[in-house]
Design a binder for this molecule. Structure first.
Ligand code: PLP
Length: 401
């Protein structure tokens, strides 16, 4: 198939929910992607933070193939060894370097939105009996596209066309404003520590710690959406660990199985659900959990041998020098770990930079109004970083002043 044929098929048979760039990739190798015409790209997007250990990682491919040759799926009606092992691994990694190790349980699903749905259910069940049902989220947040997670998303323009929505979602302007919305009906606060769609600026650490302490005194759950920030993307297993907080609920997904669909909810509310309260047909099946186990193993090694730290430092050095060298294009750098962004001088530049990047063989993403987002594979090599930034510089030079 050539590009024109793919476009025609897509146009005729796929619902038009995405504004796609005119490119189709056929293979990859770590942070390199190759399109249908054989053109090579350095991928600074990793499928929006999904391909955490790069494309076509040989040991992940082997783990998936091995599992597929044995058993893809059974059902959550039966015990699933890989699921139990992945839950153990997530909890043990979470408890690493924590003195008072919390007792935690994990629920598995297939996506970020589903993980947040589970969190919303946990919050509602937690508040049951004392009429506490309100969940506070933040403006510019993004929590998913199911009806409840969309309603939790603090971007009211995204709610057009799809109401009526479930009640009880309240939006705060920022962390300080959360306090203004708390009342006796509040059961939880749900937030991202670095907003993926909302501009990549990390939340203030002191304010988050203060909020976490305050919510505990009020018996209100702190639920952190780590769908994008989690699984070592911010330099630790979860951004919550960077902030030194222990949320009651953490949701995660994207990078957990390196590209195989998966979602997970970690909670210290170990008895919140009873049999039948929640479930998922595919969630935590042998295949996705085999992929999760291999992905975590690789990422944890990168973390413990400090390669991840070095990669983060190099990436940030490159971003800083880009801001220094292109002050007419960028104002400043933001981000945490390998979830980074560059603010543009003019939001109109954002799509031009993304298109010019693609033209020059480097993939970058958008975030919010006018931010260029970078979410490379955590396994990206120094050479791939240097090559990607060299291409991006050429792309920026090609933009008319
Ligand atoms: N929460 C956050 C912070 C996200 O970034 C996303 C996806 O981009 C989601 C939730 C929804 O995840 P999914 O698209 O897997 O449902």
């Amino acid at each position: 198939m050539d590009m024109a044929q793919i476009e025609k098929l897509d146009e005729k048979f796929v619902l038009h929910t995405y504004a796609r760039s005119k490119v189709a990739f056929t293979r990859g190798e770590n942070a390199r992607l190759y399109d249908i015409q054989g053109r090579e790209y350095i991928d600074f997007g990793s499928g929006i933070a999904v391909c955490s250990i790069g494309h076509a990682n040989p040991s992940l491919a082997q783990a998936i193939a091995k599992q597929a040759q044995n058993l893809l799926h059974t059902s959550n009606l039966y015990y699933i060894p890989n699921q139990a092992l992945l839950a153990q691994k997530l909890v043990e990694l979470y408890c690493e370097n924590i003195t008072q190790k919390p007792d935690m349980r994990v629920f598995f699903c297939n996506s970020g939105a589903e993980a947040n749905e589970c969190a919303i259910k946990i919050a509602r069940k937690y508040g049951e009996g004392r009429d506490a049902y309100k969940i506070i989220t933040l403006d510019s947040s993004f929590h998913g596209r199911t009806i409840a997670s969309l309603k939790a998303t603090g971007q009211e323009k995204m709610h057009e066309h799809f109401g009526p929505f479930p009640d009880g979602f309240i939006y705060a302007k920022d962390i300080d404003d959360i306090y203004n919305h708390i009342d006796s009906h509040t059961c939880a606060v749900l937030l991202e520590l670095v907003q993926g769609e909302g501009g990549i600026a990390p939340m203030d650490k002191d304010k988050i710690i203060a909020l976490s302490t305050y919510l505990k005194t009020k018996d209100i759950l702190l639920m952190v959406d780590e769908v994008q920030t989690g699984i070592f993307r911010c330099g630790e297993l979860f951004a919550s660990k960077v902030y030194g907080i222990h949320p009651d609920v953490i949701t995660t997904a994207k990078g957990l199985a390196g590209g195989v669909p998966i979602g997970a909810v970690l909670t210290s509310l170990i008895d919140i659900f009873t049999h039948g309260d929640h479930g998922s047909t595919f969630g935590g099946n042998p295949l996705s959990c085999a992929a999760g186990l291999e992905t975590l193993e690789i990422l944890h090694n990168l973390y413990t041998n400090k390669t991840l730290d070095k990669t983060i430092n190099l990436f940030h050095t490159q971003l800083t020098s880009l801001v220094d060298d292109f002050p007419h294009i960028f104002t400043h750098k933001v981000g945490l770990g390998l979830m980074c962004g560059l603010y543009t001088q003019d939001p109109a530049l954002q799509p031009l930079i993304i298109a010019a990047g693609l033209e020059h063989g480097v993939i970058v993403l958008k975030s919010g109004k006018g931010v260029v987002r970078f979410l490379p594979a955590l396994t990206i090599t120094n050479d791939e970083i240097d090559e990607g930034f060299a291409r991006l510089r050429n792309a920026l030079k090609s933009l008319k002043n």
